[in-house]
Design a protein around this ligand. Structure first.
Ligand SMILES: Cc1cc2nc3c(=O)[nH]c(=O)nc-3n(C[C@H](O)[C@H](O)[C@H](O)COP(=O)(O)OP(=O)(O)OC[C@H]3O[C@@H](n4cnc5c(N)ncnc54)[C@H](O)[C@@H]3O)c2cc1C
Length: 428
């Protein structure tokens, strides 16, 4: 049995702590926030408990299903037929299935065939080794041609990655296409999942299980330093001083972890510091009327500086009100990153009214702006050679965040998979 510190009480940190406790270790979780959950945490949105950031489940999320079964939440997973829309130059079109593609007036026939072929091949592909070194925008242009790339992808890259848009790995984009493209009931019907009560249901149950098994979770307790001496971790430093541990697992965003890892050899520390990670400002609106009938809405229209919106209540039922998330991903250097909440609220209200002109001022019932400084690693071509190893050669230390899911994108299921691997590594 080892004394293990887990830094971060997000989904991955809690799952790591749960698996470690299962294996008989004594676990202490340190969380800087006053509540557990990290990106998957909830807030009270004028009477509805809802995620700070929307969460859907895909059919490929096997590690999550296994964990839900293990902690008695298998029945909480629900599936729903969902759909995509495409708001293109002022008109809303259906999107996301072969009929929608054929009827879409924004592309010529050849571009449609190339788009469809690419989607078909991408969802059937399993080997990503050849995609790893390729630039995503070039890979897409080669398959789709200039027209379909411009109409379907260009804005998405631009409004998510800005100066990094030409530094995205094709393997990373491919896993996103595949994960969503295979979450279907049939070729014509997308199906996504949600956890009843939202991701908080999972977070609460993990906290209960960790507690039942004798683990400790310290909320409001940021780790200030991971203490390393003679090539091994000795513990962590918090406002209560040095706390000794046999092993330390960091699950916080790498830019935050780098600030705690100042005891590392400078060359290794520099590798963590060099990993780019963009932020997000996510505006959530509660509406009296639906915005659309779709879960996703991709947007390509010169009046909008966002790539899309997510109408979450078209996946998880949220009573009579309608919940729409408007995410603004951007590097921290982007001028909008410092906008006030009021500016984001004004802009997003205007956008939602453009998308659905039936929405009047009275239909906006509540709103909230959530911010994360580090929300999304930027995974460039050949990303694995930039990423320091999960066990960076310091005895007892493992450092991971959502970058370590590569080529997969962030996702709770991937966090659970990695959590199990990290717990096993301590055990071994
Ligand atoms: C807008 C958005 C949409 C998403 N949509 C989906 C989706 O649909 N489906 C899906 O599966 N996933 C989705 N995700 C991703 C998912 O939320 C993450 O993959 C997952 O929650 C990450 O969990 P984590 O534990 O790795 O990190 P986090 O949730 O970031 O947890 C890290 C924790 O560490 C804490 N911390 C930071 N510094 C310190 C410190 N010094 N000491 C102690 N604690 C510290 C933080 O407060 C935080 O609670 C989405 C994420 C975002 C932002």
């Amino acid at each position: 049995m080892k004394q293990v510190a887990v830094i971060g009480a997000g989904a991955m940190g809690l799952a790591t702590a749960y698996f470690l406790q299962q294996q008989g270790h004594q676990v202490t979780v340190f969380e800087s926030d006053s509540i557990p959950g990290g990106m998957a945490a909830h807030f009270d949105f004028a009477g509805i408990s809802i995620e700070r950031f929307y969460h859907f489940v895909c059919k490929a999320d096997r590690p999550l299903f296994d964990l839900l079964d293990q902690i008695g939440l298998g029945d909480a997973l629900q599936w729903r037929d969902t759909s995509m829309g495409f708001y293109f130059n002022g008109t809303l079109y259906p999107w996301g299935d072969p009929f929608a593609l054929l009827r879409f007036p924004g592309l010529g026939l050849i571009a449609k065939l190339r788009y469809g072929l690419h989607a078909f091949v991408a969802t059937r592909r399993s080997d990503w080794s050849r995609l790893d070194g390729l630039q995503a925008d070039r890979w897409l242009r080669t398959w789709l041609g200039a027209e379909a790339y411009r109409v379907c992808w260009e804005k998405l890259f631009h409004y998510k990655f800005f100066e990094y848009q030409e530094r995205i790995s094709a393997a990373w984009i491919w896993t996103r296409i595949k994960r969503i493209g295979t979450s279907r009931r049939s070729l014509f019907q997308e199906q996504l999942g949600y956890i009843e009560g939202g991701s908080e249901t999972l977070i609460r149950r993990l906290v209960e299980r960790i507690d039942d098994q004798g683990g400790t979770i310290h909320l409001g307790t940021p780790v200030q330093r991971i203490v390393i001496a003679d090539g091994a971790v000795t513990g962590v430093l918090t406002h209560d001083g040095h706390q000794p541990f046999d092993a330390v697992i960091s699950t916080i965003a790498i830019p935050y972890a780098a600030a705690l890892l100042t005891d590392l050899p400078p060359a290794l520390l520099a590798r963590y510091q060099a990993l780019p990670n963009i932020g997000v400002v996510c505006v959530v609106h509660k509406l009296r009327k639906p915005l659309t009938s779709h879960f996703w809405l991709n947007i390509n229209d010169p009046r909008f500086e966002i790539p899309g919106v997510v109408e979450f209540s078209n996946l998880r039922p949220t009573g009579t009100d309608h919940i729409v998330y408007v995410p603004y991903y951007m590097p921290q250097t982007h001028p909008k990153f410092t906008w006030t909440d009021a500016r984001f609220l004004d802009e997003t209200r205007r956008y939602l009214q453009l998308l659905n002109p039936d929405l009047s001022a009275n239909d906006f019932l509540a709103a909230r702006v959530g911010r994360l400084r580090y929300a999304q690693p930027v995974c460039g071509p050949g990303f694995l050679k930039d990423l320091p190893p999960l066990t960076p050669g310091i005895a007892g230390l493992q450092v991971a965040d959502t970058s370590y899911y590569y080529p997969e994108d962030r996702g709770i299921a991937e966090g659970v998979r990695l959590a199990r691997a990290m717990a096993d590594a301590v055990h071994d």
